[in-house]
Design a protein. Structure first.
Length: 347
């Protein structure tokens, strides 16, 4: 060992440096072929086991996530159980919205038609608000009611009574042109109805459903159902018979200014005139018959050679249809010869 404080000689430093081992060389880079073999093995080795593991993982994921509780809202319809001696006169609430909670697996396949009608028993309910509680809703196992909207309904009652009222036929439309409704009758003429005392106090008759007479030309009868107003009841399936009488329309028509013609055998009409030259004819009868005949009427006076002189003659009318009455004004006219101007002498 060298004395303390002595300097090392160059040969000693060189030997110490050479004693340090050289750094390790980096491993050679993997060849591309080896990488491909590793990837292929990772994907394709034990394919069946890997696929089974994937299916199990997905199943567990779905079970965990679909088993969470969710909430949906569905409709539920109401029905009322009313005492026999009372009538419900308040507005009826027909449906409510029910919020249901449960596992999503159950809710996604739930059909609101599975909910039975909610029955409100009003047998002992006073006038006022009646609650709609969750125990009235029937649900499949595993589901529960969270809320009901609205959660109550207001009810009001009146005493139920019976009453006899008249039946009125509801006729609609018009018969064909030339025909009219001559009358109608309902059989039976009265029926028994039931309802609230205050409502029936103002009810004097009950109407039928509409009976059409549009375009009709003959009398007819038909059975028709009753159409009671809201809150009024009749016997189930009760109907009445309506007898409708349809007749031809009778009218009276004035036809003024009809020219009077002159007729007669061996009589020259050009040599005669009547005063007044026109008469007024009034027809009474069926509208259609008068309409067909009014343009074919011909008033005239008939002369014979022996009667072909100045004087009065009775006016007759040609073209009056059977069943149609007539009146002529005036009934007689004057017959006068036509003055013929003398012929001028030739120049």
């Amino acid at each position: 060992m060298s004395p303390k404080g002595a300097k090392e000689r160059p040969s000693q430093r060189t030997s110490r440096i050479q004693a340090v081992p050289p750094p390790a060389e980096p491993p050679p880079a993997e060849l591309p072929g080896a990488v491909r073999r590793w990837v292929r093995g990772a994907l394709l080795d034990n394919v069946g086991l890997k696929f089974l593991a994937l299916v199990l993982a997905v199943t567990v994921f779905l079970l965990v996530n679909t088993d969470k509780e969710r909430e949906i809202r569905v409709r539920a319809f109401l029905e009322y159980k009313v005492p026999a001696d009372k009538v419900l006169i308040s507005d009826r609430l027909d449906e409510v919205t029910v919020a249901i909670k449960g596992p999503w697996r159950r809710l996604r396949n739930f059909d609101e038609r599975e909910i039975n009608r909610i029955t409100l028993d009003l047998s002992h309910a006073p006038t006022g608000e009646v609650p709609i509680t969750a125990d009235l809703v029937s649900l499949p196992q595993g589901l529960k009611v969270v809320s009901i909207t609205p959660h109550e309904v207001r009810v009001a009652f009146d005493k139920r009574i019976e009453k006899t009222v008249e039946v009125a036929a509801a006729l609609e439309g018009r018969p064909q042109h030339g025909y009219i409704m001559a009358g109608h009758k309902v059989v039976p003429a009265t029926v028994r109805v039931r309802g609230g005392e205050r409502l029936l106090a103002a009810l004097t008759q009950i109407r039928t459903h509409e009976v059409s007479v549009q375009g009709r030309t003959e009398s007819f009868d038909t059975q028709i159902d009753l159409a009671p107003p809201a809150g009024v009841e009749t016997d189930s399936g009760q109907h009445v018979t309506v007898l409708a009488e349809i007749q031809e329309e009778l009218v009276t028509k004035r036809l003024p200014g009809l020219p009077v013609a002159i007729r007669g055998e061996n009589v020259e009409p050009a040599k005669w005139a009547v005063e007044p030259a026109q008469v007024e004819v009034t027809l009474t009868g069926a509208l259609l018959a008068i309409d067909r005949a009014k343009d074919k009427l011909v008033p005239y006076v008939k002369l014979t050679p022996a009667e072909a002189r100045a004087g009065e003659a009775e006016v007759t009318i040609e073209g009056i249809p059977p069943g149609v009455g007539k009146r002529i004004s005036p009934e007689r006219v004057k017959v006068v010869p036509v003055k013929v101007a003398p012929a001028k002498p030739p120049p």
